[in-house]
Design a protein around this ligand. Structure first.
Ligand code: ZN
Length: 279
């Protein structure tokens, strides 16, 4: 039977006890030689997941001190056997109904997450409710039935873990002018420098202009199959079209003796001033 990571973490948190990666790996139903993506299973490092530790160090791998639970070392015990973990979690689940905290009940489903707000679905009444990272320390019970509880940190972590590949940064930096299909619709602005000029252009808008006015890009193998089209150098006409997106023009250094030899005149320290200070 495949274990539930959420139940395991709830148990470890509630009992303030650590468990080894290998014990959790086996509890989750993986073989000892399976390659386990802990980032995918646990999400980003945070206190809630810090109870899963390296057998040798007793600490979670790659966590910063602030990401570890302050009581991580409170108990010396580390559960190193999946059988023990499984039995303990079973017993934990078997506690009387009234003793169970809302966090141990079926977890809320994340519907959307934006900035410090998220929308979740209550697993009991199937109604949606909002949760904010700013209000009530980021914890909210279902306003409809009160039976579920959402913790913003966990909701956000779960959302980010499952949407990691969907997030497109709106500020992109490139070594040359480039269009990418995966950037379409994300209001992406691309910054690149050619020679002494730095440009920052609105990706979708400029792509449209380029396609309609220059009749390039569309129909090429690079764009149609790979979804990428870039310009090793921009032409004179393209430069004109990009003119209004220039953000910086670096001054071409004047060929002075200093520039050529690297010799600079030392700063002149006036003796008068020094004397004046001593007085
Ligand atoms: Zn509810």
């Amino acid at each position: 039977m495949k274990g539930d990571i959420r139940k395991a973490l709830d148990y470890l948190n509630a009992n303030q006890v650590r468990a080894t990666y290998s014990a959790v790996q086996s509890y989750l139903g993986f073989g000892p030689f399976d390659k386990v993506d802990w980032q995918e299973i646990l999400g980003p490092p945070r206190q809630y997941t810090s109870w899963v530790v390296n057998k040798k160090t007793g600490l979670p791998d790659g966590y910063k001190p602030a990401e570890m639970h302050p009581d991580l070392m409170a108990s010396e015990e580390i559960i190193g056997k999946s059988k023990l973990l499984l039995a303990a979690i079973k017993e934990f689940k078997g506690r009387p109904e009234e003793e169970q905290s809302a966090t141990a009940s079926p977890k809320v489903e994340v519907a959307d997450c934006h900035g410090n707000n998220a929308a979740v679905m209550c697993p009991h009444c199937n109604k949606a409710y909002l949760i904010s990272g700013f209000l009530n320390k980021g914890v909210r019970s279902c306003p409809h039935c009160g039976k579920s509880k959402a913790v913003f940190q966990d909701v956000k972590a779960e959302w980010e873990a499952s949407h990691e590949n969907d997030i497109i940064e709106s500020d992109q930096f490139s070594t040359r002018m480039i269009f990418k299909k995966e950037w379409l619709g994300y209001d992406v602005w691309v910054t690149f420098t050619e020679d002494d000029t730095t440009y920052r252009y609105p990706h979708d808008q400029l792509l449209q202009t380029f396609i309609s006015r220059l009749s390039i890009i569309e129909g090429t193998k690079s764009w149609d199959q790979d979804g990428v089209y870039h310009f090793p150098r921009i032409s004179g006409e393209q430069k004109k079209m990009l003119k209004r997106y220039i953000t910086e023009v670096r001054d071409v250094p004047v060929a002075t003796q200093a520039a050529e030899t690297g010799f600079e005149l030392p700063e002149i320290k006036t003796a008068k001033k020094a004397k004046h200070l001593e007085d």
